[in-house]
Design a protein around this ligand. Structure first.
Ligand code: RTP
Ligand code: MG
Length: 153
């Protein structure tokens, strides 16, 4: 059985503008993942350049930074077994046109730029921890367990 881990996820500016935060959060809750951090925020230039640093020499880098700083995002940390990979599977492919219906990008993505959601890369070892540290202070993450209560059914 794979390990419980945390992963970084973000509803991008297009997803926020289109009112998709609730749907996206629901999908991860329904899947059985647990939210341990979340904040609605505006990314500044420095944070954007650091977050997407791996793409600094790509032709689309400036456009990507402009887009991710163009409006508020909803940054989250989700916990669960193999969470990084689970989230990436639920997201679909980078290009919405190649994403299967039922995935987040397959259902909502408009184009390669406006693809609604970011998730840590499961093929990049440690990317999840690095991105969590970049966006969240330790005290912004909450350790919690589902309780066993008579009103929970
Ligand atoms: P993300 O990091 O945003 O979750 O997306 P990803 O892992 O699926 O894709 P990645 O390769 O990390 O690329 C980051 C974002 O850059 C834009 N992109 N444009 N050829 C292009 O014009 C191109 N390639 C990538 C996409 O918006 C992608 O989400
Ligand atoms: Mg990526």
């Amino acid at each position: 059985m794979s390990e419980t881990e945390r992963t970084f996820v973000m509803v991008k500016p297009d997803g926020v503008q289109r009112g998709l935060i609730g749907d996206i959060v629901s999908r991860f809750e329904d899947r059985g993942l647990k939210m341990v951090g979340g904040k609605f925020m505006q990314i500044d230039q420095d944070l954007a350049e650091e977050h997407y640093g791996e793409h600094a020499d790509k032709p689309f880098f400036d456009g990507l930074v402009d887009f991710i700083t163009s409006g508020p995002v909803f940054a989250m940390v989700w916990e669960g077994q193999d969470a990084t990979r689970q989230v990436r599977t639920m997201m679909g492919e980078t290009d919405p046109a190649e994403s299967a219906p039922g995935t987040i990008r397959g259902d909502y993505g408009l184009d390669l730029g406006r693809n609604v959601i970011h998730g840590s890369d499961h093929e990049d070892e440690g990317a999840n921890e690095r991105e969590i540290d970049l966006f969240f202070d330790e005290d912004e993450l909450v350790d919690w367990d589902q309780i066993d209560a008579p009103w929970l059914y």
